[in-house]
Design a protein around this ligand. Structure first.
Ligand SMILES: [Zn+2]
Length: 279
């Protein structure tokens, strides 16, 4: 059945589904379900296509909505766009005694599949070797997200420009029981904030909690967030270069002193900025 216009986003040239879902603040889970997809790879969109951006159940039968318990979560102190972790690949590190056969059996795949996926020409593997169970190895940093990319503080790339000169005052991770999805770097008000990579500004404005905030989209599904700014110097749609000044440090939003709150997201999943920045 056809839904009213407000339920759709009409695709424009240059847009991608990930960015569209982010702009509407949708979780990937909802966005996939409403559009009948189960991964980003299944979207093939063209200008003029319509994507569902509002729960169709809310139109078809309001009664149905009633049956689903509506979660009324308390407002988070650091509101961030809700995102489901998206694991687009899964890897396995070879242990002593493993064979391609034992690994394939344990993960419900075939030996042939493992070999093709990992470009293996023989059955020999070595301890410590990383094998892709889901997804394929990629030469481009950030293009493929593995669990090890998301966890820990081990560097996964080192080509970022330092976003601000200052002192780290709060780390990524749980803070008073709530996730802190970025890292806080204190600096005097007015200190320049720089884009860490080339990209396109996909948000520049005010968000509750974040104050003046800029979100930049970069290649390989990477996004960076710069919050609590005194002043934003770039606008939606601006192309920015790595190292270009984009804002000035401030104390806007929910902030207790001038600092930059910086986030690094891969396919919507915030990772510890220490994995990409030497601070
Ligand atoms: Zn912060």
């Amino acid at each position: 059945m056809e839904l009213p216009g407000e339920y759709y986003h009409v695709v424009k040239a240059g847009e991608n589904p990930y960015r569209i879902s982010q702009n509407y603040g949708l979780s990937s889970k909802d966005f996939f379900a409403w559009n009948g997809k189960s991964s980003w790879d299944e979207f093939s969109i063209h200008p003029g296509d319509k994507l569902v951006i509002k729960n169709p159940a809310s139109h078809e039968a309001p009664v149905v909505v009633k049956e689903e318990p509506q979660q009324s979560a308390p407002a988070p102190s650091q509101p961030a766009p809700a995102e489901e972790p998206v694991v687009v690949s899964k890897t396995y590190k070879v242990k002593k005694g493993d064979t391609l056969y034992s690994i394939s059996k344990a993960h419900g795949v075939t030996v042939e599949d493992l070999k093709t996926r990992n470009n293996l020409t023989s059955n020999s593997i070595f301890v410590g070797q990383t094998l892709y169970i889901v997804g394929t190895p990629s030469a481009s940093p950030g293009a493929s997200v593995t669990l090890s990319d998301l966890e820990g503080t081990q560097m996964i790339r080192d080509d970022l420009f330092t976003p601000v000169q200052g002192r780290v005052t709060s780390e990524f991770g749980l803070r008073r029981g709530r996730p802190h999805k970025g890292i806080d770097i204190a600096a005097k008000s007015g200190t320049p904030i720089y884009a860490v990579l080339d990209g396109v500004v996909v948000f520049s404005g005010v968000q509750r909690g974040y104050g003046n905030v800029i979100v930049i989209e970069h290649p390989d599904f990477v996004m960076t967030v710069y919050a609590h700014n005194d002043r934003n110097l770039v606008a939606l749609g601006d192309e920015v270069k790595k190292g270009q000044q984009i804002a000035e440090v401030g104390n806007t939003g929910k902030s207790t002193g001038p600092h930059l709150h910086f986030e690094y997201r891969i396919k919507g999943q915030a990772i510890n900025p220490r994995k990409v920045l030497k601070l």
